[in-house]
Design a binder for this molecule. Structure first.
Ligand SMILES: Cc1cc2nc3c(=O)[nH]c(=O)nc-3n(C[C@H](O)[C@H](O)[C@H](O)COP(=O)(O)OP(=O)(O)OC[C@H]3O[C@@H](n4cnc5c(N)ncnc54)[C@H](O)[C@@H]3O)c2cc1C
Length: 404
């Protein structure tokens, strides 16, 4: 599909619909859930009721030919609130892993189950990070051992930082099947609802996105059926055999494949947070009077707003380009997906900090939302690959050098 900066009627309608939900339902609930640091089940139920939290909705956006369906949704929802936004879209990270690594049968079986129903929504978690394996995915220790006798996989290890970890019905877990092959000896598994041996460890108390649940997930000889290996046994054996022979498969390990697919979407979330703070500061600067005139009449304030808006628009363009490239099968020859997440994440941090400055003392209190937005923004330079890791990926891709 040819690129165009004119949104279609359908896209404008989508943007308006998600924005209304963000403004009417998400934003009014944001302060309370941030203070309580609790998962917003009530808001998720509202989202499920109108079809926003549903496989149908996300599938429609995934298959939007322009690739913009997901970025438009993310930006509007996270404009409402990033913590609640992540509570609503966290499941899609697990779904993306099943899409990237599962067979058609597994996609059909597990992805619909992750969302639950309109009246009883469920969530899913993607568990890759471990205490000693954050940026360094290759250091993963969680083991998956196949038990021929029972046709089961036995998972043992501790996952950390899992969004929805422990409150999810379905957990997607990456684990080591062949330690000698390091990162090429990993595989992904679905842990079905009600499985014994999986439990929530510590729930993290966070700086921001506090409505989103983040926890450790402990796997204690957790037995799952053989067909819960994503992609199936035959494909895994072929992949491992190629890796043992040292043949390049051209594929990255499962968790990396998932991160590549999701980076522009995460960038769009950061754009939403930045825009929320910018919108608030712009209005505030027009109303707040000091020295007998609105503070926006001072260049020092107006130029801050000019820079904020310019950097938000620049970040959005990188996000849209990467999302369009992903949907249209373009080669990421300069790691454009990572670029979009890097710029959007750092823009969110800078813009929210400037918004606090424009609000003065009010910006520093929890009575005004920009303080929460600034706390929320910081996650975008950390998760889904830190800013340093994005730079590493970009540097290696553009140079062909194994930059360290
Ligand atoms: C709120 C939250 C939600 C999360 N959700 C999930 C989830 O759902 N599923 C999941 O699997 N994970 C999740 N994560 C984990 C997240 O992806 C990791 O925190 C992130 O990848 C960084 O890993 P780390 O925290 O271990 O930091 P480390 O890897 O220890 O990094 C520490 C610092 O060192 C830097 N650094 C490390 N290596 C290099 C290098 N080679 N070159 C330069 N700098 C380097 C980093 O950039 C960083 O600044 C989440 C994290 C948080 C905080």
């Amino acid at each position: 599909m040819a690129v165009s900066f004119d949104l279609t009627e359908d896209q404008l309608e989508l943007q308006k619909w998600v924005h209304e939900f963000a403004a009417d339902v998400v934003r009014p609930a944001a302060h309370e859930y941030d203070e309580r640091e609790a998962f917003p089940w009530e808001v998720l139920q509202e989202a499920a009721k109108i079809g926003l939290y549903s496989l149908d909705f996300f599938a429609t956006q995934w298959f939007d030919e322009s690739g913009l369906g997901i970025p438009l949704t993310m930006e509007e929802l996270f404009w409402g609130d990033a913590g609640i936004g992540l509570a609503i879209v966290g499941t899609t990270l697990a779904a993306a892993s099943v899409r990237a690594n599962g067979t058609d049968e597994q996609v059909g079986q597990w992805i619909p189950a992750m969302f639950g129903t309109e009246t009883e929504p469920k969530v899913a978690a993607f568990c890759s990070s471990e205490p000693d394996a954050g940026s360094d995915v290759g250091a993963m220790r969680t083991r998956a051992v196949y038990d021929e006798k029972t046709d089961e996989w036995v998972l043992t290890g501790t996952k950390t930082w899992a969004t929805n970890g422990g409150i999810a019905d379905i957990h997607v877990v990456t684990a080591v099947v062949d330690p000698e092959l390091k990162a090429r000896g990993h595989a992904s598994f679905v842990v079905p609802p009600g499985t014994k041996g999986i439990s929530q460890g510590q729930k993290f108390l966070k700086h921001g996105i506090r409505a989103s649940h983040t926890a450790e997930v402990v796997l204690d000889e957790c037995r799952i059926p053989g067909d819960c290996l994503l992609g199936g046994r035959e494909k895994l054996e072929e992949r491992l055999a190629r890796a043992r022979e040292g043949v390049q498969s051209g594929r990255t390990q499962p968790s990396m494949a998932t991160f590549e697919r999701t980076r522009p979407a995460v960038g769009a979330q950061a754009v939403g947070v930045a825009r929320a703070a910018y919108d608030y500061a712009l209005e505030y600067a027009g109303q707040r009077v000091q020295f007998g005139r609105p503070i926006i009449e001072n260049q020092a304030v107006a130029f801050l707003l000019a820079d904020m808006r310019t950097s938000i628009d620049a970040a959005r363009l990188l996000v849209w380009r990467a999302a369009w490239m992903a949907r249209n099968g373009q080669q990421f020859t300069a790691a454009e997906g990572s670029m979009s997440k890097l710029v959007a994440g750092e823009t969110a941090v800078r813009v929210t900090e400037k918004a606090m400055q424009i609000l003065g003392g009010n910006g520093y209190t929890r009575d005004y939302p920009v303080e929460r937005m600034a706390r929320d923004a910081k996650i975008y330079t950390i998760f889904e690959g830190t800013s340093e890791i994005q730079r590493l990926v970009i540097a290696r891709t553009i140079s062909g050098v194994h930059v360290r």
